[in-house]
Ligand binder design. Structure first.
Ligand SMILES: *Cc1c(COP(=O)(O)O)cnc(C)c1O
Length: 520
């Protein structure tokens, strides 16, 4: 490495200019007031930001005191349907519009009774990370700067959490959908080798097939589609009575495909399915993959982090044998959106799939273009935001013990809710509670026959519109279920009772002979 030379004297002293000899007609202009898009009045901008910070903190401290969700009013729709601004209105107008039209009408996942889909709650602590992250505006495509070391630190911690080997690596991405796409690309290229990387699938020499349970998330089929393998190349394996992949069926499907001339290349296990949080027997899947020489991928979007709870980690045994793992920090680690992760057992598999170093991204032994691992070479994105700061800050502020304890509490709450459902007349549990999701329905015993699917869809909409709670719906064994997902560190046990009371209340109102439900 050539020796660094010191900074020129002129730069050491603030405001002292380097003398430039300008010839002829060239004049140096300082630009519009010298400072582009910066505030024209820093003191008032500063005051505005201080007030905004207080407003954001009030919003979080008072999370419990608002309705969970409020339908987006006409006024907001109008305010967000305006012509392209040619002249700016300044920062105060931006703040006023956010506070009036947007802030009160958000998804509601900051609320303790948000139980829909799989949403993380976020933490007040991440405001800090986002504030500084925004000030730095770092681009983590590569180069040598402290934010890169933050992401590397996060990946090293992930390796430790999941007991992955030293050769493992990966990167932070938008979420599990993106992580799954990268992992499947690595698996495909590992199966087909470099020749296929160039020719793609155009040589028609291969017919790769992969396997996941019928309960696997849609993002897996989507990845197969985008990678040109086709959705039908993802074989859906039946599940047992606890919604886990049937390993014997998997084995015979692999054998059958081989006999028919297909090339099995990977198996996708679910560590927490989206419908009922079922965890596939990961160790058994790892064994199948080892004996069949297949890539083993785990979709652990939310469930993988249950490894942080000592009461639940044994459910995930075998995850450490995966070739790749996709999971989210923005779900059960409550990192602010968005932050997902792809972790591969052998980092070179991602590099083989995505590594390229064009001239304009040349590395250097020193200077800003230094640093060994440029994430752009192991993934799809070149420009990348600093989501690693949020993850790092969450782990540093709370530690894995407190995060694991919050995860365990959610699982205990799911068990409790499942029991309450079983003990309540007119409620029916539709799936065993494996982790943190409870699927049930309102099923009144003493009434005229009703369309239970429509009734339960209506109840969920009623509960959401009341602002009391926000469960979502799915279908379990063909019937509509009220689905309660617990990835919420603010939920207290009493919130579950409030939810059940409102389900029963709306359900009974809807079947009462005299009732004329709103909107009917
Ligand atoms: C949420 C989820 C996904 C998709 O993750 P995103 O971060 O939303 O892209 C995939 N699989 C499972 C099991 C999920 O719960």
């Amino acid at each position: 490495v050539p020796e660094r030379i010191g900074r020129p004297e002129g730069l050491r002293r603030a405001r002292k200019r380097i003398a430039v000899k300008v010839s002829g007609e060239v004049t140096l202009s300082s630009g519009p007031d010298g400072d582009g898009l910066d505030p024209t009045d820093w003191p008032s901008f500063r005051a505005l930001c201080h007030d905004a910070l207080d407003e954001a903190l009030d919003y979080l401290e008072g999370a419990r005191d608002r309705p969970v969700w409020t339908p987006v009013p006409e006024e907001t729709r109008t305010a967000l349907n305006k012509p392209l601004p040619l002249e700016g209105e300044g920062p105060a107008a931006v703040r006023a519009a956010i506070v009036r039209h947007i802030l009160p009408f958000a998804t509601g996942n900051t609320h303790p009774r948000f139980f829909g889909w799989v949403h993380g709650t976020g933490t007040p602590g991440n405001l800090l990370a986002d504030l500084y992250g925004s000030a730095m505006n770092a681009n983590l495509g590569g180069r040598d700067h402290a934010p890169m070391y933050v992401e590397r630190q996060v990946m090293a911690w992930c390796r430790e959490i999941f007991s992955f080997p030293e050769t493992s690596g990966g990167l932070l991405v938008v979420g599990t959908s993106a992580a799954t796409l990268l992992a499947m690309a690595a698996a495909r290229d590992a199966a087909l080798g470099d020749r296929a990387r160039k020719a793609g699938l155009q040589d028609r020499l291969h017919s790769l097939v992969g396997y996941a349970s019928a309960e696997a998330h849609e993002c897996v089929a989507k990845a197969f589609q985008v990678l040109g393998l086709g959705r039908s190349a993802l074989r859906l394996v039946p599940v047992d009575e606890r919604f886990r992949i049937d390993v014997a069926a998997l084995r015979s499907m692999i054998a059958e495909d081989r006999r028919s001339g297909f090339e099995p290349f990977c198996v996708i296990g679910s560590a927490g399915t989206v419908n009922s949080a079922a965890v596939d027997p990961l160790a058994e899947l790892a064994t199948v993959c080892e004996s069949e020489e297949l890539w083993f991928h785990v979709d652990g979007a939310f469930g993988a982090l249950a490894i942080l709870s000592s009461a639940h980690e044994s459910l995930l045994a075998g995850i450490e044998r995966a070739d790749s793992l996709a999971f989210d920090f923005h779900k059960w680690m409550h990192v602010q959106y968005d932050a997902g992760c792809v972790l591969v057992r052998d980092e070179s598999t991602l590099r083989r799939a995505f590594g390229a170093r064009p001239d304009y991204l040349m590395h250097a032994a020193r200077g800003l273009a230094g640093g060994d691992l440029w994430p752009a070479e192991i993934g799809l994105d070149l420009s990348r935001g600093f989501r690693a700061l949020r993850v790092w800050a969450t782990l540093k502020e709370h530690g894995t013990r407190a995060i694991g304890a919050a995860i365990a509490r959610n699982c205990d709450q799911a068990t409790l809710l499942g029991r309450l459902v079983e003990q309540t007349a007119d409620l029916e549990l539709l799936a065993p509670v494996s982790l943190n999701i409870v699927c049930f329905r309102f099923r009144p015993s003493e009434t005229e026959p009703v369309d239970l699917d429509q009734l339960n869809l209506d109840i969920v909409a009623d509960v959401q519109e009341s602002g009391i709670a926000a469960p979502s719906t799915t279908r379990i064994d063909g019937v509509i279920a009220i689905r309660v997902n617990l990835t919420n560190h603010r939920t207290r046990d009493e919130d579950l009772e409030i939810l059940l009371d409102s389900v029963l209340e709306f359900g009974r109102r809807r079947i009462a002979p005299s009732s004329v439900p709103e909107g009917a």
